[in-house]
Design a binder for this molecule. Structure first.
Ligand code: HEM
Length: 247
């Protein structure tokens, strides 16, 4: 019913109502699968088959299916959004396949200060969107600015290009070290040590783009203006999950 969230999995019935807002893969995906068998979904998202997830769920088991019901429950298929994901460099070690996350081999990562593009660690939450650079648009909208649409060409030509060499590290780097019997559930991926890479990044400054759209960023930075209700810039990618949720 509306108040509870049950699933079946390999002949068992689980009441996971408490988990509705705790799922690392998001609430909408859980609701999409509510009342159904998890196996067809987890055949795509195989990180769930790790022992820690399955054994952790055991305490929420509230019943069992008959052998006939078990067979019937998983007799459907779930589409795979990841079929068009790019091929990755074999020296990028995948720790999750869907969504794809991977870290470079440590001997290659430490070979040079700048990480080669194809070895830069990847942390995806979704499938890789197929974007035609000719059709790409960046829409800027919100409080205190005039809505604008920029093509890739606009971003390259309307604003000065800035370059910065910087290192990014996933906040979960070395996550695998924390995987023990006292910490069974945590968010993927299971990084070893390499979720860290360095690159020279180039492009327009966000400050210049917002200024172009009418936001007085200089006055705001100096504290001369503090327009009410404007606190953050939120980015939304082209990629969405199966329920249309954008990260
Ligand atoms: C009771 C059911 C479920 C439980 C207990 C559960 C649990 C989890 C856990 C523990 C993780 C982190 C995995 C790890 O440690 O490596 C995870 C990730 C994920 N789950 Fe689930 N899950 C459930 C149902 C589902 C369903 C039905 C879907 C898809 C329709 C789904 C999609 C995902 C995805 C895509 C991730 C990866 C998120 C990311 O890395 O951004 N899960 N889930």
């Amino acid at each position: 019913d509306e108040e509870s969230l049950w699933f079946t999995f390999r002949g068992a019935v689980y009441d996971m109502t408490f988990f509705v807002n705790g799922h690392p893969g998001g609430t909408p995906r859980l609701l999409m699968a509510a009342g159904q068998d998890l196996e067809p979904y987890w055949e795509v998202y195989r990180q769930h088959f790790r022992g820690h997830v399955v054994s952790w769920m055991e305490k929420y088991r509230i019943g069992n299916l008959s052998p006939e019901e078990t067979k019937k429950s998983k007799d459907f298929s779930f589409g795979d959004m990841y079929e068009t994901d790019p091929l990755r460099d074999p020296n990028l070690l995948g720790c999750t396949q869907k969504p794809w996350c991977g870290e470079p081999r440590i001997d290659l990562l430490t070979k040079d200060y700048i990480t080669p593009n194809e070895l830069f660690y990847v942390r995806n939450h979704l499938a890789v969107p197929d974007i035609d650079p000719e059709e790409y648009v960046l829409i800027v909208k919100g409080k205190g600015i005039k809505k604008h649409k920029f093509t890739l060409e606009d971003l390259k030509t309307k604003f000065p290009k800035h370059e910065v060499v910087t290192t990014l590290q996933c906040a979960g780097n070395r996550r695998e070290d924390m995987h023990d019997d006292n910490h069974k559930i945590f968010i993927a991926p299971h990084w070893v040590v390499g979720a860290m890479s360095t690159a020279k990044w180039g492009g327009p400054k966000m400050r210049d783009v917002l200024k172009y759209c009418g936001m007085d960023v200089d006055a705001m930075a100096l504290g001369d203006k503090n327009p009410p209700g404007i606190k953050h810039v939120q980015f939304e990618g082209y990629d969405t999950d199966e329920t249309g949720l954008c990260y």
